[in-house]
Design a protein around this ligand. Sequence first.
Ligand SMILES: *[C@@H]1O[C@H](CO)[C@@H](O)[C@H](O)[C@H]1NC(C)=O
Ligand SMILES: *[C@@H]1O[C@H](CO)[C@@H](O)[C@H](O)[C@H]1NC(C)=O
Ligand SMILES: *[C@@H]1O[C@H](CO)[C@@H](O)[C@H](O)[C@H]1NC(C)=O
Length: 431
Amino acid sequence: MFCKNIYLFTLFIFLFNFSAGELENNCRNENNEIDNSDLSILISPLMSSEMIREICIYWKNSNLESGDVFKLYKGNPNTTNAQVIFKFQPDAIHGFKKTGISSDFISTSQLTFKDECLNYYVSWVRNDTIKKTSCLSTHPNWMSKRKNSIGNLKMREVFIPGTHDSAAYNKFQNPKTELIIDKYTITQDEDVLGQLIYGARYLDIRVGRYPNSDEIFWGNHGPIRIVPLRDVIRDVKIFLDNTDEIVIFDIQEFPVGFQSLAAHYQLTNYLQEQFDGYYLDRPVHVWGTSLEDIWSTGRRLIISYDYSNVVASRASVWPQVEQQWGNVRTVSALYRHLNKIETQAADELHHYNRLSQPRAAMAQLTPTTFDVIFNRLGGLRKMAENVDINITEWYSDEWQHTANIVAVDFIKATGIVETAIKWNDKRASGC
Ligand SMILES: *[C@@H]1O[C@H](CO)[C@@H](O)[C@H](O)[C@H]1NC(C)=O
Ligand SMILES: *[C@@H]1O[C@H](CO)[C@@H](O)[C@H](O)[C@H]1NC(C)=O
Ligand SMILES: *[C@@H]1O[C@H](CO)[C@@H](O)[C@H](O)[C@H]1NC(C)=O
């Protein structure tokens, strides 16, 4: 395509004096009203003694008419045994509805390596006719299915969903009141294999080292150890064994036990041994390597490492992804932070970036120490609920052209995976 990136796109506008609006409308017109409407099932990160995994419906649809209804089904509405479990008439073209219904617990071992719908469907219904249906879905193969359209790109040029503090998970089955410590350390409600199957390809891993414990390396959140690193590694290998996807395993911060260079070498040795046969040695062009070149090596794991002394001396690790932190406490401040980095990224598309280092927009609020001590923000779940809807909207409507990695808390509470997939396709077709 002649305008596959913003740079060429801008040049095109400049030369032919088109407005971006016109070109975008042309892109829109290719599709119809149905493709252009958003409808999705999100799972709330909130948990109380009565409720867990509350189903929420998100929509944005300028073609809604009065009398239109949204119906939530258990079972595929095309089949006779589908059951309507919730319905409502939207009162705006754009919104978010909590249903009060808790979705069933699905253990990771029940998930498959095929893209699938997980039993909950939502339909846009007019006069008893379904106009559009979406489901709660997994995306274990989204990248490899698009080898033809994204293969020639570098990691920096792809819209990649990721998780923040990926190893800080706890997969609760039943509702429960969380302890204050959990409220401020747990960022994910799927284990790492689950996160990958739902669509994340960027993992933000914080490692703690405990030389006197049985398990030396742990996935941490700050000073708190959450799960043995061994479990995280096992999940990544299971995923790679069963798919043709590429995963970035980004080791960031070293919150406990890394005072010496020897400690870092102990970790890299451990990773090399555990991931033997999986990881790709840093290539000559490093992050400038295209996805198809990565695929052609048969090694689909990139281990990146947030410490340049180690990168300089070990070929097994790549320089880290640039994490872009706002350290903000409110939704509007997060908007300003993300808007700043995405605007900057749009400007940088005009320049040749030799290093092509990917960047991760860290799309969450950050509590201060006093927020934690006085529980002022209600915990990470509450904070995630406040921003997750906005993130999806911002990245569908404002920053879809520049987005690179977007790392979120509680991945199923956002529509970031579907948004990334949709915009990778649109970008590939010149939009
Ligand atoms: C329902 O059936 C129609 C027609 O066969 C098909 O296009 C659509 O994808 C099906 N929807 C679901 C959710 O399976
Ligand atoms: C709804 O569908 C019925 C039967 O197909 C049709 O007779 C009626 O005119 C439709 N109503 C509207 C408002 O479109
Ligand atoms: C975030 O989303 C909510 C719900 O759609 C909306 O009311 C609010 O204005 C949004 N905030 C920002 C800063 O965009």
